[in-house]
Ligand binder design. Structure first.
Ligand code: PSV
Ligand code: MN
Length: 429
């Protein structure tokens, strides 16, 4: 299969920028060398690091008020894969796609896997969906799924999750992410303890169906769609559930699923300490949202999360292998551009965290030298790692300036001719 963007175009766009990039890379290399860091080592680590993109993020998202479609946006998994391939071709940080079912259902999963492979992509964790009803579905999830009071509804939700595992097997995935919207809107609507018991009982049936080498990741979310209480509302509930379910069950941290200003980096450290850090859904948020582009609002928090990850990697305790995924909704941008920007922001925080002088940091911490500890950490954050990321991209066939190259490719305009138009979404207020 032809790559969606011509490699010649990428090379042509890179050519006039290559000298400046080499200059900047060398200047940064000298600066890092003075701090005892070899820039090529950091570049190799960046090349070895990756984050998955969500299939659902390839289309224009919407809010509950409206969706503003984009001409040429993908409407099925085949078109979504094609756009994800563009992201990988230009950015070289996102070789895997995390699919969502039933949104990405097809009749031939072996064929879908081959299609992805031909585009240079693989599949990451499969996501189940028991937060919406599907046409013809026997039981409704209106008042809950895995925690429903109705046993037939719980059974249906269990069965769907098991089906997702089966699909994932065919796609080469090794993880199932479970997020449920279960919860309440009114005090008194449900009993907190009994809902959690029912959830655990149903989740245990899903857990029992996990193949060897698989993990199940529980994603907590404080609110929405349930606005008074959620069954798996926070990392405490998630950890309790993961501990009860077993070794193969871990917690997934979606950055937007916390109250504003919560210290997420500390949660990351705690989950690692408990041996339960399963993975991430990266996004950013300002208030109570979970859909803005990673690093667009609070890049410093993203860096602090990666600082904890670097600590965890250096001190793996029982093991360190989190799954990294993006989970965003792109309501006003071209999703390809947003995911390229996000992948760059995330990889940039990964790179900066590699620059922290850990020995000096630990020494300052031990000596209770507050300012020195703070300055040691901040020094890494303040380094512009752009030349490392751009060099890693270029050396792997990606674009130095992915935005200009993407726009020059006219990919979206071409797809607007080929793909069927998406209807206007209806706002509800
Ligand atoms: C819920 O807000 C969530 O973060 C879960 O990961 C879902 O699977 C995803 O968004 C898409 O709705
Ligand atoms: Mn999520």
């Amino acid at each position: 299969m032809m790559p969606p963007i011509s490699p010649d175009l990428i090379a042509q766009q890179n050519a006039p920028q290559a000298d400046a990039l080499h200059d900047e890379y060398q200047a940064l290399g000298r600066k890092l060398e003075r701090r005892g860091i070899a820039i090529d080592t950091i570049k190799s680590r960046v090349k070895g690091w990756s984050v998955a993109v969500p299939s659902w993020g390839a289309g224009r998202g919407g809010t509950r008020f409206a969706k503003f479609p984009l001409a040429g946006e993908p409407t099925n998994i085949h078109e979504k894969l094609e756009d994800c391939a563009v992201i990988q071709q230009l950015g070289r940080t996102t070789p895997r796609v995390s699919p969502h079912f039933p949104w990405d259902c097809v009749s031939d999963y072996a064929g879908l896997r081959q299609e992805a492979e031909a585009l240079g992509l693989g599949f990451d964790a499969v996501n189940s969906n028991t937060f919406q009803d599907q046409p013809g579905q026997a039981q409704s999830y209106a008042t809950g799924s895995l925690s429903s009071t109705v046993s037939a509804t719980r059974a249906q939700a269990v069965e769907h999750n098991i089906e997702c595992i089966e699909i994932g097997r065919q796609l080469g995935s090794t993880a199932l992410t479970v997020w449920v919207g279960d919860g309440t809107n009114f005090p008194g609507q449900q009993d907190f303890a009994r809902s959690f018991d029912r959830y655990l009982d149903a989740a245990a049936q899903v857990y029992a169906a996990l193949p060897d080498g698989w993990r199940m990741m529980l994603e907590h979310k404080m609110f929405e769609p349930a606005f008074y209480s959620s069954v798996i509302s926070d990392w405490g509930s998630s950890l309790m559930a993961a501990q009860e379910l077993g070794e193969k069950c871990k917690c997934l941290v979606d950055l937007g699923h916390h109250a504003p200003n919560v210290n997420i980096e500390q949660i990351v450290a705690r989950l690692h300490r408990a041996g339960k850090l399963g993975g991430f859904h990266f996004n950013d948020s300002k208030y109570g949202d979970d859909d803005l582009d990673s690093g667009s609002i609070n890049p410093h928090q993203l860096f602090l999360v990666f600082n904890e990850l670097a600590e965890a990697e250096a001190n793996p305790r029982g093991g360190f292998d989190p799954a990294y995924m993006i989970d965003q909704s792109h309501n006003v941008t071209d999703p390809i551009e947003s995911m390229l920007a996000s992948a760059e922001a995330i990889a940039g925080c990964y790179a900066r965290a590699q620059l922290v002088d850990r020995e000096a940091l630990h020494a300052a911490q031990e000596a209770n030298d507050v300012m020195l500890a703070f300055r040691t950490l901040r020094a890494a954050y303040e380094i512009d790692v752009g030349p490392i990321l751009a060099m890693a991209r270029m050396e792997q066939g990606g674009a130095i300036d992915w935005l200009t190259t993407y726009r020059a490719s006219q990919h979206r305009a071409r797809k607007a001719q080929e793909r069927k138009a998406v209807g206007l979404g209806a706002g509800i207020v």
